[in-house]
Design a protein around this ligand. Structure first.
Ligand code: SF4
Length: 107
């Protein structure tokens, strides 16, 4: 049994790191944010709906996948109404083809 990450395969080490990050609280995640941005991020965090705060904290800390960050951005854009993301009519938006909650069509 490996005693530390150096004894593990890279994939196993990544899995351990990811699992440790998943256990972090939102407050711990927000502490990872660069101190120049931290106050702005904390203020914004408080205005976001409870159901998306976790995702926001992970994004702000740079711990979210680009795909999940796009999802969060789209939700934020339409005040967290999933149906509005799905039916977004802002066809010129550069994220339009990547927005979540819709079936992929020609971009
Ligand atoms: S695709 Fe639509 S919902 Fe997503 S960021 Fe662009 S305008 Fe907002």
């Amino acid at each position: 049994m490996p005693r530390n990450r150096l004894d593990m395969t890279p994939l196993k080490a990544l899995a351990v790191k990811t699992s440790a990050e998943r256990k972090m609280t939102d407050a711990e995640l927000l502490k990872l944010v660069n101190k120049d941005r931290r106050e702005d991020v904390r203020r914004r965090y408080k205005t976001i709906g409870k159901s998306s705060q976790r995702m926001y904290a992970r994004a702000a800390a740079g711990k979210l996948s680009p795909r999940a960050a796009i999802k969060l951005h789209c939700l934020d854009c339409v005040s967290f109404v999933r149906e509005d993301v799905k039916n977004c009519q802002c066809f010129a938006c550069p994220l339009w083809a990547y927005r979540p909650f819709h079936k992929f069509r020609d971009a």
